[in-house]
Write a protein that binds this ligand. Sequence first.
Ligand code: AHG
Ligand code: MN
Ligand code: MN
Length: 337
Amino acid sequence: MHHKIQTLGEFIIKNQSSFKYTSGELSRLINSIRLAAKVVNYEVNKAGLVDVLGTAGDTNIQGEDQQKLDVYANEKFIQTLVNRNIVCGIASEEEEDFISINSIDENNQNKYVVLIDPLDGSSNIDVNVSVGTIFSIYRRVTPAGTPVKIEDFLQKGNKQVAAGYIIYGTSTMLVYTTGDGVNGFTLNPAIGTFYLSHPQMNFPIEGTIYSVNEGNYIHFPQGIKNYIKYCQMEEDNRPYTSRYIGSLVSDFHRNMIKGGIYLYPTSTKNPNGKLRLLYECNPIAFLAEQAGGKASDGSSRIMDIMPVELHQRVSFVCGSISMVEKVESFMCAPQIS
Ligand code: AHG
Ligand code: MN
Ligand code: MN
């Protein structure tokens, strides 16, 4: 086997012509996400050091204010996308309203909007556990050259043209789809280049891992409680293994590789669920489906939900197709407690 090692840059160019709309803009957009990923990766990697320095005062060596990493990641992604004059609007977990980008070029023909969770799993930073960034990309629905409107962001997940995540883990990876399968790239930090390490990623049909915050068990709907008990039963290939990192990106990434299911259901505490539809669930759902997995709110497809607000929450069940279908069957079964 002597196939050539491919960098992300080469991959983007090679696959550009297979995009549905080939203006080159989407390629430039993925390229700028690649750049922002490297910048944020550099910062995440020294988070421990920054914390040590931070105790001496609240400014760093350069005299700049210490910033929480999710604010930093938010700024870096927005800066990169804005400066390169590449998108017409951005929505972020860290911003209450969407950002409309007034291009310096008054004939701004930028067609794409980006939605991001700049730092996912941020409660893990202080303890040196993997975190991530999630992004989702749509074509605007309002005319090019006009300011973006809320309806450009409130689109069903099935309208996404690209989505992906960066995982800052034992190694840093960028995993994304443009609707033609899922590919994963690993960063070689010594030279700052992403290489195609996981071509055409595939969700195993069945798995033996379940990921859920079981501390909330008492507050879950009965169907979910029953499913969790099912996972723990001694039968067939069960009991399953429980793995929960508390960072959707990391839990999803592991499950996609090994086979498994992730659940963040509604609860009496979070009656609409906790995760955000637009920049957490939809992009992850797009990746899941593109890899042969499934994403549901417990009864219907995540990507068919018509969003009504930017920071909308939703119940989320995502993973190996037969496991997600099993949850759905528990959710619609007659509820006996
Ligand atoms: P974020 O750090 O962007 O706020 O997201 C955290 C999310 C998700 O990544 C994770 O799976 C989940 O919240 C963890 O929630 P619990 O701590 O309630 O389990
Ligand atoms: Mn998140
Ligand atoms: Mn976040």
